[in-house]
Write a protein that binds this ligand. Sequence first.
Ligand code: GTP
Ligand code: MG
Length: 138
Amino acid sequence: TERTYIMVKPDGVRRGLTGEVIGRIERKGFRIVAMKKMLIPQSLAETHYGEHKGKPFFEGLVRFITSGPVVAMVVEGPGVIAEMRRLMGATRPWEAAPGTIRADFATTVDENIIHGSDGPESAAREIGLFFKPEEILS
Ligand code: GTP
Ligand code: MG
């Protein structure tokens, strides 16, 4: 079955929205096969967001994602990579469709509640960055 890497970002955790996000994933019918609350080390943050290195928002992005605990997850189900991107909504919350997580709970592009892998290669890469194989229980 397909798997993706999902993370409630520090703003979501601070605002008490972890349960809301988990609830939406579970009610959709996807399975959370790994989960942990953690502080992301600086080096892991820079690797995770490596594709954005050099962009003007990169430093702020790394500072934000390391600013407090995140809840990291591996989520499994048919078409889960694309479907989680749909449930999350667009990167800029004002462009996200109503009913999506970012439209319902976020106002700014810097603090947009949730991360989800954007394709099969990034899903495999990000799951490997955050979880050991034995931490994934399917
Ligand atoms: P992630 O799930 O966090 O990877 O978001 P995404 O895939 O929807 O967007 P992308 O990977 O392109 O960007 C990663 C993060 O960088 C976004 O979630 C934003 O918080 C931030 N970001 C992206 N583009 C911009 C931008 O133009 N300005 C600012 N300030 N932040 C941006
Ligand atoms: Mg992305």
